[in-house]
Design a protein around this ligand. Structure first.
Ligand SMILES: Nc1nc2c(ncn2[C@@H]2O[C@H](COP(=O)(O)OP(=O)(O)OP(=O)(O)O)[C@@H](O)[C@H]2O)c(=O)[nH]1
Ligand SMILES: [Mg+2]
Length: 318
């Protein structure tokens, strides 16, 4: 989370705690409505961005998810040939949960390479994986099944990664899938060209230039990586809030490009948050005390109205 977001978040938390402390006889409805509004705003601002990883079958999506999550390898029974989307996020305790149409089923006892119980496949919608290794990662990852048509789960995504195999660059079906993306996702999108290790150094430059020519317009940035490399770990910290560590090898470039998109996401969210704060401040106007002749708060105003005037001022100027 950026500093601007932390300031905004601190202001809202402080406003809510002051609201709780002040007596508000005759203003209970106003207080409750304002508190509920600030609560909703606080929760929506705090939600981590979702990084959607999409691409055609076997394009390296799960390998990229592994890199970003700081894992050597996810249990292959869970996500090998990804059949349903897998959501990876930070959790203090590692856990795997099946999300079905009728509820959530913890798979606590599933061993590394044991197949999923067959009954799960009928109604399985998603698998949620909580990982301690993602404690310094400021986003969630949604690893999706191979896509051959329009990109799935777009509406859940804040940042978009498209994986493409270097050896078969940019097929027509990839172009069709990606060209249908909304502008808000294109602005925060990254083309991840995998299988760099299968090309000679001269071919890498040539292939990358070709991607830039024919696919560059659809993405904010392009990186070429060996997604199968195992030397990378993303669970450290660069010292920047919310940033993941830039490790060795190709992962470094991937992480650095992704961090830029994550920061842009938080910047955009803090602009939206400030706009909503100003909107709330305007909505409070009818409930503020009539200003004294000198323009200040009248000396005999009720303490709740004084607090509202103070909060409205801070929300309007955050
Ligand atoms: N050499 C090499 N192999 C890779 C690279 N990226 C992925 N692979 C291998 O390609 C195979 C498919 O990789 P995955 O990460 O499972 O691909 P995926 O897109 O998640 O596949 P699906 O979920 O089945 O669509 C695996 O055997 C990986 O080890 C890469 O950059 N270089
Ligand atoms: Mg996969």
């Amino acid at each position: 989370m950026t500093e601007a977001m932390q300031i905004l978040y601190g202001l809202i938390a402080d406003a809510r705690s002051q609201l709780k402390r002040v007596e508000a006889p005759g203003h209970v409805d106003v207080r409750n409505t304002l508190d509920a509004t600030l609560d909703r705003l606080q929760r929506s601002l705090h939600r981590s961005p979702v990084v959607l990883i999409a691409g055609e079958t076997n394009s390296g999506k799960t390998s990229v998810a592994n890199m970003l999550a700081g894992l050597d390898v996810l249990p292959s029974a869970v996500i090998g040939n990804t059949a349903v989307p897998v959501r990876l996020k930070h959790g203090v305790v590692p856990s795997v949960t099946a999300v079905t149409g009728t509820g959530r089923l913890p798979l606590a006892t599933l061993a590394g390479n044991e197949p999923l119980p067959r009954f799960l496949y009928s109604g399985l919608e998603r698998i949620d994986v909580d990982l301690p290794s993602m404690r310094n990662v400021d986003f969630e990852i949604l690893d999706t099944p191979g896509c051959h048509g329009s990109v799935p789960f777009q509406e859940e995504a804040d940042i978009f990664l498209w994986c493409s195999v270097a050896a078969r660059p940019w097929t027509d079906s990839e172009r069709r899938a990606v060209s249908g993306l909304p502008a808000r996702l294109r602005e925060r999108s990254l083309l991840v060209v995998t299988h760099k290790d299968t090309l000679s150094p001269a071919d890498r430059d040539r292939v990358l230039r070709r991607y830039e020519e024919i696919a560059g317009q659809y993405f904010a940035d392009i990186v070429m990586i060996d997604a199968a490399a195992r030397s990378f770990a993303a669970n450290g910290s660069t010292g920047r809030p919310g940033a993941v560590r830039i490790g060795d090898g190709d992962g470094a470039e991937l992480i650095s490009s992704l961090n830029e998109l994550v920061e842009e996401f938080w910047d955009h969210r803090s602009v939206t948050g400030r706009r909503l704060c100003r909107h709330i401040a305007r909505a409070l106007k009818p409930f503020l005390p009539v200003p004294a002749i000198n323009g200040g708060v009248p000396s005999r105003a009720d303490p709740f109205e004084v607090l509202l005037a103070n909060l409205a001022g801070r929300l309007a100027n955050v």
